[in-house]
Design a binder for this molecule. Structure first.
Ligand code: MF3
Ligand code: CO
Ligand code: CO
Length: 258
């Protein structure tokens, strides 16, 4: 028996609100860019984002206290895959870091993340960030009514594996709206034609985590930080995406979004 999946379809009013929360999340990433430099700690980045979201945007940082998460953003460095907790780690040249921002504005979530280089990246660091970005674009490019979730996952997996990288399977994208994580789950691997058929009004994130080595991950003792088992570099980018009548619209665009 198939379990009943309730995939919410957003109405025009909800879509307009999600355009706003999505743009705000991206604008936080724009704001933080100039601060992501050697010598800064991830907790200082957290504080800057928290203060901007609460004071300037008059919005709420969704991660704070979400299932016990202690900070307002996630910062995942080098071999960390996702859900890194900001702390006293000082960023240094050649680090790569993912900053993941989710804001709630007027009851609706916007969720986006980018990779940042600290100083000039290594060849390997630049490569994994570029491959993860292209993986996201390949997934987004598939989105239109009638395509399936398997089509999205397949496009990402074929590209990333073709570059001799691997796709993390334990974490996925997600529907998003009034709730941070709604149906459906968006796997970043899959088979063409399989899974849910996309319909206009669906809103979900695509956020592939791509490893330079093997796909396997482990959870650190803080119960949040996910790292690659083989300690290879990992990278991730994320957009919040609306299925439109003819294709897609990205909610998490901003002046500096690449
Ligand atoms: N922003 C993450 C995502 O893309 C989720 C972070 S959950 C947290 O889904 F609790 F770690 F913040
Ligand atoms: Co997300
Ligand atoms: Co996110």
């Amino acid at each position: 028996m198939r379990s009943t999946q309730v995939v919410p379809i957003k109405n025009q009013d909800e879509i307009e609100k999600m355009r706003i929360s999505g743009r705000m999340a991206a604008e936080v990433l724009d704001m933080i860019t100039e601060h992501v430099r050697p010598g800064v700690t991830t907790d200082e980045l957290n504080t800057l984002c928290h203060d901007y979201i609460t004071n300037v945007q008059q919005a709420t940082p969704a991660p704070l206290n979400y299932r016990g998460f202690p900070k307002s953003i996630c910062t995942s460095l080098n071999h960390q895959v996702c859900h890194g907790i900001p702390g006293d780690r000082v960023l240094k040249k050649k680090d790569i870091v993912n900053i993941d921002v989710t804001v709630i504005k007027d009851g609706y979530h916007g969720d986006t993340s980018r990779m940042y280089y600290i100083g000039e990246p290594t060849v390997k660091g630049r490569r994994i960030c570029e491959i993860a970005y292209e993986s996201l674009l390949r997934g987004i490019d598939v989105v239109k009514p009638g395509a399936t979730l398997g089509d999205i996952g397949h496009a990402i997996q074929v590209y990333a594996e073709g570059e001799r990288c691997s796709v993390v399977q334990e974490y996925c994208g997600h529907g998003i709206g009034r709730d941070f994580h709604e149906e459906p789950q968006i796997l970043h691997y899959g088979k063409p034609g399989q899974g849910l058929v996309l319909q206009p009004g669906m809103v979900f994130t695509i956020e592939p985590m791509i490893n330079a080595g093997k796909r396997h991950v482990k959870l650190l003792g803080d119960d949040w930080t996910v790292v690659t088992k083989d300690r290879s570099l990992s990278a991730q980018w994320e957009h919040t995406v609306l299925v439109t009548e003819t294709g897609y619209e990205l909610f998490t665009l901003s002046p500096q979004s690449v």
